[in-house]
Design a protein. Structure first.
Length: 261
């Protein structure tokens, strides 16, 4: 029997959701997206920690699966994304859950892995963590809430630099620019996440939920229109030669040759 792609446990009102594809640095497949969405929507804990197995947080989309469906995501996945305003349903679940979410980032959080981290309320990084908005290097753009969350955390100019270059930054830089709330040694990552989650879970849950809703209403605009635009751009860009080249070059470990088509 194969290992589940997402692990879930809950103790003392704190849930831990672990992306469990360590052999692929927890890269996201449609199966992982669906399981992640279901687990987040069903979570009734007072705090949720999201992390990754095997040292990585999440290396983004599984590019081999993307190459296998180069014409785009399955129709049902596109329909669900449109229904959530352009978001992947998993990101929508993380963005709109009433449960406070802590991302415990122990390694690479790049591409859609960084987007998942951005959907959390709080990010804690180990010193081994790396963050990168790699979409431009694959001929793609990211979703609207990721754009907005990144800009609100680090400022528009720093967000633009990260987005336009695809630069990968380390935990120290992420802490410096406000992308994460703290950086700890690798062996202290989960203890730090559990300690913080325990303090949150010890507070009145309805008050915490109201505060989270207030932050969301204050800081996050309604992404629906922009989100629909973003999913259209993502689907359009997936059909381009540059996207195919960006993905193929990554898999072949060579420099891409972009042609603007």
């Amino acid at each position: 029997m194969s290992e589940p792609v997402v692990l879930y446990e809950e103790n003392d009102h704190v849930a831990v959701l672990t992306l469990n594809r360590p052999q692929a640095k927890n890269a996201l497949t449609y199966e992982v997206y669906a399981e992640l969405e279901d687990r987040v929507r069903a979570c009734t804990a007072r705090c949720l920690i999201v992390t990754g197995a095997g040292g990585a947080f999440c290396a983004g989309d599984d590019l081999k699966e993307i190459l296998g469906s180069q014409r785009g995501a399955p129709p049902e996945a596109v329909a669900r994304s449109r229904a959530t305003g352009g978001l992947t349903p998993a990101a929508d679940a993380l963005l709109h859950t009433d449960v406070p979410v802590i991302a415990a980032v122990g390694g690479a959080a790049v591409g859609w892995g960084m987007e998942l981290a951005l959907m959390a309320d709080i990010r804690i990084a180990s010193s081994a963590a790396r963050f990168g908005e790699l979409f431009v290097l694959r001929g793609l753009c990211c979703d609207a809430p990721g754009l907005g969350r990144l800009a609100s955390l680090v400022g528009r100019e720093r967000a633009a630099e990260l987005l336009f270059t695809g630069e990968i930054i380390d935990a120290a830089r992420a802490l410096e620019i406000g992308l994460v709330s703290r950086a700890v040694e690798p062996d202290q990552l989960m203890p730090a996440a559990h300690e913080l989650a325990g303090r949150i879970a010890a507070n009145p849950p309805l008050a915490v939920q109201a505060l989270k809703a207030g932050l969301r209403r204050t800081l996050d605009p309604d992404w629906r229109d922009t989100g629909r635009w973003a999913i259209e751009q993502i689907q359009r860009l997936r059909q381009t030669e540059d996207c195919r080249e960006g993905v193929q070059a990554f898999l072949e470990k060579r420099q891409p040759r972009y042609v603007g088509r």
